[in-house]
Design a protein around this ligand. Structure first.
Ligand code: FEO
Ligand code: CA
Ligand code: CA
Length: 727
């Protein structure tokens, strides 16, 4: 049924050029000043041949494109420490090395005065998130260890051991998290990073940070943040699991905290939590009971174990061990889960923006700024069945604030309204404000909110209370520079069943295409990309219209799954990164997948976007074996026009085990930076942790840096003829 209307949609597709032209007058109203995009290239077709699926241990690009590696995990920012060994033998604490798991990133030009410039200058800083999580074994000589004599492997996926971990090992892990900021310069052979630049900086899980929020609620916010580190609750330390990111119209960087909840453990014998704290932690997945003496699961990184007194380590034990919150770290989990604003051109103290909500932040994406109007930041909480949020600033945008750094951040990101999204089955949607005076929130039985600060800090509970729509894992968002429409990837949802589908998350099926021995995925294993248009294109809109831009699918899957008619040249699964080029208008889609990896590694695709409503309705037929019976459900949804191979092509395939995430460009569109995260993630140790059976040995195997262990990296992609990327 879905397939029958594709030819009609392909005809509609021809209207895309007109759609882009029609939106251009709106750009004149945008207040981005020098940031206002030049969209002269937008209506050109994609100008490269799609690359095929690949299982190669290299980055595969279309003919006529080439890449180099800018920096990789462990590269040094200063010359006073040794070059990276790639053997895990470093004796420094990693606080001046590039972190691990490169993720969201952005480029900030340095002007002649050394300050932020919106114009290309040949000199820039690159801020890169280091999501960092599981495979810390590559930067220790023999993997994560405890110092217990039995020598058990201390690994997130291995057998657990509750002994004390070596302090130097834990410090390396704390410091490979966070954000790296490095200076780049453009030379005759392209962009490279500058060792010993004064701009070089690491923000790690130990860096001092402060909290920002609405003046009327700061006293309450601070009461949630009181710890033995700062009994006033004004500051805390560090940022964790910075996944996607955001950029602000005034030129700062938002490092967004995603899977921060899993770093805490309450040791054996810890005192019990009060009921409200336990319920808050339950909803966020933070440890809420003491570990059992024989615990083999549920143990985190063990960062609390090296010392009982050094609070660089004891802070990861959030048990109420002291006489009050000021005497222990029971509130430490409250200090994570925010957008963290960093000025990449200064070494200013990063600020956690509490009013934007606390959850598993993927990123924060600003709508097109309009002078004199509030700004809207769109946000996703990346966990199964979580929500999409919007933060609307109280302050109206003034483009004189460009270059205003963290002071401008204090102006825009402290005071505002937080909303959660409800997607109705008729293609409409609503933004529901999360405010403590809403009787659904003030009267919420599951979690008794004390005040508005509590609503910001326990935003997941507040969104539950108002009945926001449970999504298939919101990952990146992006704003189409041509018309201001907002796109967001919904990467996958293994728990979606036919009975819980609805129009915005309409698929639940079994992945029958798995060619290897892995268990077929169920639910929505391939994900989709939703998009919406605010009413009157207003940042402050309380309603919107939506459709589904693309459904991920393997090209061999049946039509009830492959709803976007993908082919061997553009099939993909589990969209994650999403980004629009301001130069070309291309919508770039990156994948972090485990469902299609029997046939191809993760990838980057280029799409020419349409607009909300350019397709039509489809009836989705779900078939998923549940127990011994097959369940079928029909779901009417709104779907964008099928793009076809002309408007959707695979551009890059990564090495095995890697996700592709993070992308930005130079202002001329002739260079793009792309992050290759965790190549070789599924590497197993044979016999001992020092003896790896490598899934990937990229990038060393391609001549970039020392050979052996795989390393996350930022790559720089150019055309051999010097042209604009993608056209
Ligand atoms: Fe860290 Fe949501 O990907
Ligand atoms: Ca397959
Ligand atoms: Ca991601």
């Amino acid at each position: 049924m879905a397939r029958a209307s594709f030819s009609r949609r392909n005809i509609i597709r021809g209207g895309i050029g007109l759609a882009a032209v029609g939106s251009l007058p709106m750009l004149a109203a945008c207040g981005g000043g020098d940031d206002a995009p030049d969209l002269t290239n937008v209506q050109k077709p994609l100008g490269f041949e799609a690359v095929g699926k690949s299982l190669l241990d290299n980055v595969v690009l279309p003919a006529g494109y080439t890449y180099t590696v800018l920096h990789s995990t462990g590269d040094r920012l200063v010359s006073s420490i040794p070059a990276y060994s790639n053997l895990g033998t470093e004796t420094d604490d990693w606080s001046m090395r590039v972190g691990d798991h490169h993720d969201g990133m952005d480029l900030y030009y340095i002007g002649a005065d050394g300050k932020y410039s919106t114009k290309e200058t040949g000199r820039a800083v690159l801020a890169v998130n280091h999501e960092s999580s599981a495979d810390a074994h590559f930067f220790h000589p023999k993997g994560q260890t405890s110092n217990n004599v039995n020598g058990k492997k201390f690994s997130q996926f291995g057998t657990w051991d509750l002994g004390k971990r070596p302090a130097d090992e834990v410090l390396k892990e704390i410091n490979h998290h966070g954000v790296s900021v490095v200076e780049l310069r453009k030379g005759s052979s392209g962009w490279s990073y500058v060792i010993d630049s004064l701009y070089n900086r690491r923000v790690t899980a130990q860096t001092p940070v402060r909290f920002g929020g609405p003046a009327a609620h700061m006293a309450h916010i601070r009461s949630f943040m009181v710890t033995a580190f700062d009994t006033s609750g004004a500051t805390s330390r560090g940022t964790l699991n910075n996944c996607g990111h955001g950029i602000t119209p005034w030129g700062t960087y938002l490092a967004c905290e995603e899977n921060w909840a899993f770093y805490f453990n309450m040791p054996v014998g810890s005192p019990a939590l009060d009921a409200k704290t336990a319920e808050s932690r339950r909803r966020y997945g933070v440890a809420r009971t003491a570990l059992a003496a024989d615990a083999k699961t549920g143990v985190s990184q063990g960062w609390y174990t090296p010392s009982d007194t050094d609070n660089r380590f004891t802070r990861w034990n959030p048990a109420p061990t002291g006489a009050s919150a000021a005497a222990d770290f029971r509130n430490e989990p409250n200090t994570f889960g925010y957008n963290v604003e960093i000025d990449p051109l200064t070494h200013g103290t990063p600020v956690k923006r509490v009013a934007m909500g606390r959850f598993a932040h993927e990123g924060a994406w600003c709508g097109l700024p309009v002078v004199g109007k509030p700004l809207a930041f769109y946000q996703g909480c990346d966990s199964t069945n979580e929500y999409i949020y919007k933060f609307v600033t109280a302050a109206n945008w003034d483009d004189k604030d460009i270059g205003g750094g963290l002071a401008a951040g204090d102006k825009y990101l402290n005071e505002g309204k937080l909303y959660a999204a409800k997607f109705n089955d008729d293609g409409s949607g609503e933004w529901i404000e999360l405010v403590v005076t809403d009787p659904r929130i003030s009267g919420y039985a599951t979690y008794p909110f004390a005040n508005q600060a509590d609503v910001f800090i326990n935003a997941r509970h507040a969104a539950d209370a108002v009945g926001a729509t449970k999504m298939d894992r919101p990952e990146w968002g992006a704003v189409n520079p041509a018309n201001g429409e907002i796109y967001m990837t919904l990467t996958n949802n293994s728990s979606r069943t036919p009975s819980t589908t609805h129009a915005a998350n309409p698929r639940a099926y079994a992945d029958i295409s798995r060619k290897d021995t892995k268990t077929p995925g169920r639910g929505n294993p391939n994900g989709h990309i939703i998009r919406w248009k605010e009413k009157d294109s207003a940042s402050t809109a309380s309603s919107f219209t939506w459709d589904i831009f693309l459904f991920g699918a393997e090209d061999t899957m049946p039509a009830n799954v492959n709803l976007s008619g993908l082919t061997a040249k553009n099939s993909f699964s589990s969209p994650d990164g999403l980004w629009f080029s301001k130069t070309t208008g291309i919508c770039w889609i990156q994948t972090d997948d485990g469902a299609f990896t029997d046939e191809t590694n993760c990838m980057l695709l280029a799409a020419i976007p349409g607009k909300v409503g350019d397709g039509g309705k489809v009836t989705v037929q779900n078939k998923m074996a549940v127990g011994s019976s097959e369940v079928t459900a029909n779901q009417v949804t709104f779907i964008g026009a099928a793009l076809g191979e002309a408007n959707l092509r695979r551009f890059l395939v990564a090495p095995p085990g890697a996700e592709v995430t993070g992308i930005t460009e130079t202002a001329d569109g002739k260079t793009i930076f792309v992050n290759i995260q965790h190549p070789g993630e599924n590497t197993k140790a044979i016999g001992s942790a020092a003896n790896f059976s490598f899934e990937s040995q990229w990038p060393g195997n391609q001549g970039f840096g020392p050979t052996g262990r795989p390393r996350s990296s930022t790559i720089v992609i150019t055309r051999t003829d010097g042209g604009v990327i993608g056209l």
